[in-house]
Structures are given as C-alpha cells and as structure tokens.
Ligand binder design. Structure first.
Ligand code: HEM
Length: 433
C-alpha cells in the first residue's frame, strides 16, 4: 500500500483511483469489476494517421454530439537518451505504444492515446521545425495571469470511459504489467527512454464532478448531479467545436498532425454557486439573452447541437447595454466560416486536492489558440463598458491559469521521438477546411 492510499477509505480510494494511480489503484479497480473491453488488433498500424481522430470512434449523445472519454491521464515526460534521439529509442517507444494498442481497442470504452512534443524538445535538433508548424514557446496570455510555463519534452494523453483501461495502459507503458487485458506486453516501456516528471489526471462526464466535489474551490453538494463539468453546464456541442479537418496541419512533413495547448486552471466556484443567481450563471457562461429568456434548462442538454449564439447580442452591445457578457458570446467573433478555431478536449481535475480543469485544446497552429484566448479576455469590452477586467466578463472571475504548455501532436507515423524536420513529403489527403 502506498502512502497516498494509506488511510483512504475503500470507496474513496476507488473513486480517486485514476487520480492516485499505480498498481494498487489498478488492482483495486480490477477487484471490483471485470474490464469488459475488446482487445485491439494484433497489428495496430491501420489506426488513423491523425492521432487526434477521436470523433469517429467516440459514442454520441441523443443529439449526435461526441461524448468525450470520462477518465484521463497526462504523462509529462523528459527524454533520457542520446542527443539527437536514436532510431533504437524510437523503436522502443513505438513498441511500447503498440503494446497497449494491442491490449485495448481504439474507442471511447477502450483506449485513445496521443503523443505530443514541446518546442523545448525540438531545440535539440540542428534543423528547426518547418514553417508549416506554428509552435511558439508558451507564454502568459492575459495581463492578470502569471502561469508556470511547462517545458517537458513530451506529453502522452491517455483517455477512456473505463478507469482501469487508463490505469492499465499507464502501468504497462511504465513497464509494470507483463500482460494487459490478456495480451502479452512487449517488454519495451516508455520509461526505458523517458522519465515521468509530472502526472496530471482528471475526468469529464455526467455525475463525475458532483461525485468529486470534496476538494478546495467547489462548495459541497452544489454541483448539479448530472453536470459533466464543475461549472454545471454541458460543453462541447458539435456546433461549438472546430472539426478535426479544420485543426489538422495541411501540408509539410507534419501533415495530419495538429498543435495542442494545455493549461491548468484552478477554479473557485464558491461565489458561482453560493452568491450568483441562475440568471448570472447563464448570462456569464452563455449570454444575458439566454438568461432572461430561459433558453438554457438544467445543464443545457436541451440546447441540442449548439448554444444558439445567433440569438445573443454582439458581445460589445451586451457589455454596454447589460453590463455583463457571456463566455460563449465573446468567442463568436473569432469564428471562421462559422466554426470556432479550436477543438476543446478539456477535463476537470482534483489534482492537488483542488477543483480545476486541464484545458486541452487542439488547433492547426498555436496562434489560433492565442486569438481565441484574447477574445475570451475581452480587454476591449472592459475598456468600453462597465464590464470589469474579470468581473461580469464571462467566467474569468472564477478561474486562475497556473500552467501553460504548447505541443506538436505529430501524425501517427511520426509519433515516436520525431526529428524537427523529417524528410517526408506526404501530400494532404483531404480538402482544406
Ligand atoms: C473553466 C473553464 C471553462 C468552462 C467551464 C467552459 C465552458 C464552456 C461552455 C459551457 C461553452 C459553450 C458550450 C460548448 O462548449 O459547446 C464554451 C464554449 C467555448 N469555449 Fe469555453 N469554457 C472554459 C474555458 C475556456 C477556455 C480557457 C477557452 C479558450 C481560450 C475556451 C474556449 C471556448 C470556445 C472557443 C468556445 C466555443 C465558442 C463558439 O461556439 O464559437 N473556453 N465553453
């Protein structure tokens, strides 16, 4: 039994199994229930070239919105090998990844995984990244934030609706499981070439935030039982997400890759739930029109496939006339072809016993994220109206960004320790978004 597990009642331990991690958490989950997840193919090389092509294998809700995987682990990794990385280290990493892909099918209930690399990782190569990759170092993105800038070499994202699948994959990638889902593991581990320097965890989906409301930053028994996120509303409607086509890199050696921004955000929802009214919550998350018209019922499930932003005023008019502007409402002006620039795959977290969010966003280039975040800041709105820099300015008042990191998510064929400028000239396989 580990120190973290000692003294934690069994029910609590199971609830927190993914956050705690390790062999004990995995075996506690397995004791409680069988994992009924189909195995993956013996040769997973037919998996899509886009590591981020999750939507086609995710279940959908009654309205056809993809339902994001409920359990998540982010492994932050430092490369330990030669500079530049050797082909033998690449093979070790690829072999380890294929081991877990053979154990679990690629699906929402099975395993979805991506690998990604930071600008700091690519600095070890003589060549720079091609001009088709927009991957600056991370920086603070608001005048009122001072985040730690993350620069691990790589991040592996593990996702599944089945908690023991995430835990099992992690243990196998660390070389701690000889057999996974009755599939023998290859004897190659991620930890043969990387040191795990950080581990971030979380969850998203109906019931999970309410179940995990016993941490700092969220009042107990206030989060709606069926809410998928701590702030109490549905998110990720298909009409409010960028498509996987839009966010994919279109040309150059990293075609079919994308970029990933991961911020860690701590939440303080005491005022949100204990002082703000339902009107204020809906106005600040969506727009004042939706608050006064009662457009959003419960968690917003009845909205269907999008947040009906065309019913809301322009953000500038709402700020001036209503003194409050909605989070979604502010983002509308940065859409292109009526589509947001970013695909959000964020999830809540209890890391550090604090309610928070790992805001993981995919976009063709990091500039698209920065543009989106600037719209969320609404500095111009605050300058021109009674809306404050953070007060009544969407949901800024309730969140604090503690970390930011930027990563390239290469196509699958380059997912193991890619060089900065690989010598491949594949053409784009689909029409540009
Ligand atoms: C506590 C953190 C956050 C929560 C709870 C949250 C929640 C939401 C909700 C409920 C919506 C509308 C419904 C939907 O998602 O389909 C939305 C939309 C959106 N959010 Fe957030 N959000 C958060 C942070 C962020 C951040 C940090 C960004 C990026 C800078 C962001 C970017 C967007 C975008 C681009 C949209 C879609 C806007 C459109 O339809 O054009 N959100 N968010």
């Amino acid at each position: 039994m580990t120190d973290r597990q000692r003294g934690v009642p069994r029910r609590e331990f199971l609830k927190a199994a993914v956050a705690i991690g390790g062999a004990a958490a995995l075996s506690a989950c397995l004791d409680r229930s069988d994992v009924d997840v189909p195995r993956g193919p013996a040769d997973p090389s037919s998996h899509p070239e886009r590591q981020h092509a999750w939507n086609e294998v995710l279940p959908t809700d009654d309205h056809g919105n993809p339902v994001p995987p409920r359990h998540r682990v982010l492994l932050y990794l430092e490369y330990q090998g030669d500079e530049p990385p050797t082909d033998s280290d690449r093979e070790t990493m690829e072999t380890a990844l294929r081991g877990v892909e053979r154990a679990y099918e690629r699906s929402g209930d099975g395993l979805l995984l991506t690998t990604s690399y930071s600008p700091a990782y690519f600095e070890r190569f003589d060549q720079s990244l091609p001009a088709t990759v927009d991957l600056p170092a991370p920086e603070a993105l608001a005048s009122f934030e001072d985040p730690e800038l993350d620069a691990p070499d790589a991040v592996v994202h593990l996702a599944s609706n089945t908690a023991p699948v995430v835990l099992g994959a992690e243990e196998a990638l660390k070389g701690n499981e000889g057999t996974l889902n009755d599939v023998e593991q290859p004897g190659a581990a991620l930890t043969d070439v990387f040191e795990v320097v950080d581990r971030r965890t979380g969850f998203v989906g109906k019931g999970l935030p309410a179940e995990n409301d016993d941490v700092e930053g969220v009042p107990e028994d206030e989060v709606p039982e069926d809410a998928p996120l701590y702030m109490g509303f549905e998110s990720g409607f298909r009409g409010n997400q960028a498509s996987e086509d839009r966010i994919s890199i279109q040309t150059g050696p990293f075609v079919d890759g994308t970029t990933q921004h991961i911020s860690n955000i701590t939440l303080n929802l005491n005022q949100w739930y204990e002082q703000d009214s339902r009107y204020q919550r809906v106005a600040k998350m969506f727009c004042p029109h939706h608050a006064s018209e009662g457009t959003v019922e419960g968690t917003g499930d009845t909205l269907g496939t999008d947040t009906e932003m065309d019913e809301c005023k322009h953000a500038t008019d709402a700020a001036r006339e209503e003194g409050v502007v909605g989070h979604s409402q502010k983002m509308v002006e940065v859409r292109e072809d009526d589509e947001p620039l970013i695909l959000r795959r964020d999830f809540d977290s209890t890391d550090g016993e604090q309610a928070g969010l790992h805001f993981l966003a995919l976009q063709r280039g990091i500039t698209d994220f920065v543009t989106t975040r600037e719209a969320m800041n609404g500095d111009d709105l605050a300058a021109q109206s009674a809306v404050g820099q953070r007060n009544n300015n969407g949901i800024l008042q309730y969140m604090n960004v503690t970390n930011r990191g930027n990563f390239l998510l290469p196509p699958r064929s380059l997912r193991a320790l890619p060089p900065a400028n690989p010598d491949t000239t594949r053409e784009v396989s689909h029409a540009p978004a």
